[in-house]
Design a protein around this ligand. Structure first.
Ligand code: COA
Length: 430
């Protein structure tokens, strides 16, 4: 039976990596005018992962914070889906590592979803249907976790970043309520962005990806409008996948101009810039500071809107556009929960950004090189890289073809007996 409260997000949390590089330092190293990155792309900084951070550790950090800050009983979780482009194994999902490291119950379905930056939206759709149907009141933990990495010196390099967003989906959504059946899809086989198994960096045809993104937006928005009966005036906020903030600007402009054309050029109450400022800019600050989170970009914006939003955010309707290269796009909508107490003070993106350590260009390159070495078989020789164990869990390298994670404290619930099978020596917790 459908819950009277609807289905949606009950809790949201973001992991911001501990290090960052100002884009001015990257511009200087690449011999590029800093305004190209700051204004042309709209990025101020990018999150840089420490060698002991990977897609698994960020997923665990985001989820651990979520469980603690929202006081969630982990035994209520019956579905764990991780959306990611940054898989750590061709067969074993990130979700399996996260399940063990968080100590989630055995009665839990675990899997990863993949479609570049769209993956977490696919995971949310799965969770939404499960919670509305066979979930029987249990919760779904959905995590978007990625490291956006391109070649050094490439056009994509200033649009790197990293981070994870954890969302608890259930039938008592106080953070964000999905509007039922108002969603629209677009898929087309296109080689705009991909990452072969043998590479740690993505290959991208930038202009093709921008074009494909906008084509998917135009198609899904039109479809959404047609089937939902909702239109431009119904949205207080419009949130987009944000590979770089200027892309959100291009996306917004497309929808605005489409609406102007629909009204034969008259009847818009706000100019383009003003409309963008009120409907989209309030959500973009995490993206400007962290860069591209791939699967988590859209949801970092949602978290950003909630964290900084004043009273007017409560109950507001937002339209969300998700895009994954390759490609798949989706437009859907929802309403922010009616009571900000449900999330206010619990997300802490700004606090994490403030506590970050700034790298210089040499430090950024050094982290990249050390990360590449730790991804090799036999790289695990001991503890963390200096400065590396700062959170709940650290990736220590690979031994006997198994990834080694050090967890502190050790997972406490019934799953613990299985942990030594993949990670015996590394657990040092209580
Ligand atoms: N001051 C201000 N703006 C400047 C500038 C300067 N000195 N120099 C250039 N710019 C502007 C350009 O006019 C352009 O703006 P526009 O897009 O509004 O026309 C913008 O900066 C980017 O310049 P461009 O020459 O197109 O950049 P690029 O060739 O280096 O590539 C991307 C930009 C986004 C295509 C590239 O970073 C990329 O491939 N990123 C990864 C893929 C991606 O994120 N795709 C998005 C869809 S998922």
């Amino acid at each position: 039976m459908q819950s009277p409260h609807g289905v949606g997000i009950e809790a949201i949390s973001v992991c911001v990596p501990r290090y960052w590089l100002p884009l001015t330092a990257l511009a200087e190293a690449n011999g590029v005018e800093p305004a190209k990155y700051a204004v042309g792309l709209g990025v101020e900084g990018m999150a840089v992962t420490h060698p002991n951070e990977d897609a698994v550790t960020m997923a665990v950090e985001a989820s651990d914070a979520l469980l603690k800050r929202y006081d969630i009983d982990r035994h209520s979780i019956g579905l764990l889906v991780v959306g990611s482009e940054t898989g750590v194994d061709a067969a074993k999902p990130i979700a399996a590592y996260v399940h063990g490291l968080l100590g989630l119950p055995f009665a839990c379905r675990t899997l990863d979803t993949k479609h570049a930056c769209y993956s977490a939206t696919a995971a949310l759709a799965l969770a939404r249907d499960w919670c509305a149907g066979s979930g029987r009141g249990r919760k779904a933990l959905i995590i978007a976790t990625d490291i956006a990495r391109y070649e050094v010196g490439s056009a994509g390099e200033p649009t790197q970043g990293a981070g994870a967003v954890a969302m608890l989906v259930g039938d008592h959504p106080s953070v964000f309520v999905f509007e039922p059946y108002r969603e629209a899809f677009f898929a087309r086989h296109v080689m705009d962005f991909w990452r072969p198994h043998y590479r740690s960096t993505a290959i991208v045809d930038g202009p093709a990806s921008v074009e494909s993104y906008l084509a998917a937006l135009e198609s899904t928005y039109a479809d959404f409008e047609r089937h939902s009966g909702l239109g431009w005036d119904d949205f207080e906020y419009l949130l987009f996948h944000v590979p770089f903030p200027k892309m959100a600007c291009k996306a917004f402009k497309l929808l605005y101009e489409r609406e102007v054309a629909r009204r034969n050029g008259s009847g818009m109450t706000q100019a383009l810039g003003e409309a963008f400022e009120s409907r989209t800019v309030p959500s973009l600050w995490p993206n400007r500071a962290m860069g591209n989170l791939y699967s988590g970009s859209l949801y970092a914006s949602l978290a950003g809107l909630l964290e900084r939003g004043d009273g007017s955010v409560e109950g507001a309707r937002a339209g969300l556009f998700s895009y994954g290269s390759g490609c798949c796009g989706e437009f859907f909508s929802g309403r922010v929960g009616p009571d900000a107490a449900a999330w206010r003070g619990k997300i802490d993106i700004a606090g994490q950004i403030k506590r970050r350590t700034r790298l210089d260009y040499t430090g950024y390159i050094s982290f990249r090189e050390q990360s590449a070495r730790l991804a090799e078989e036999g790289s695990h020789t001991g503890g963390a890289v200096p400065g590396g164990h700062f959170g709940r869990v650290a990736f220590l390298g690979i031994k006997d073809h198994q990834r080694v994670y050090e967890s502190s404290p050790r997972p406490a619930v019934s799953d613990t007996p299985f942990l030594p099978a993949y990670n015996a020596s590394a657990h040092t917790g209580k």
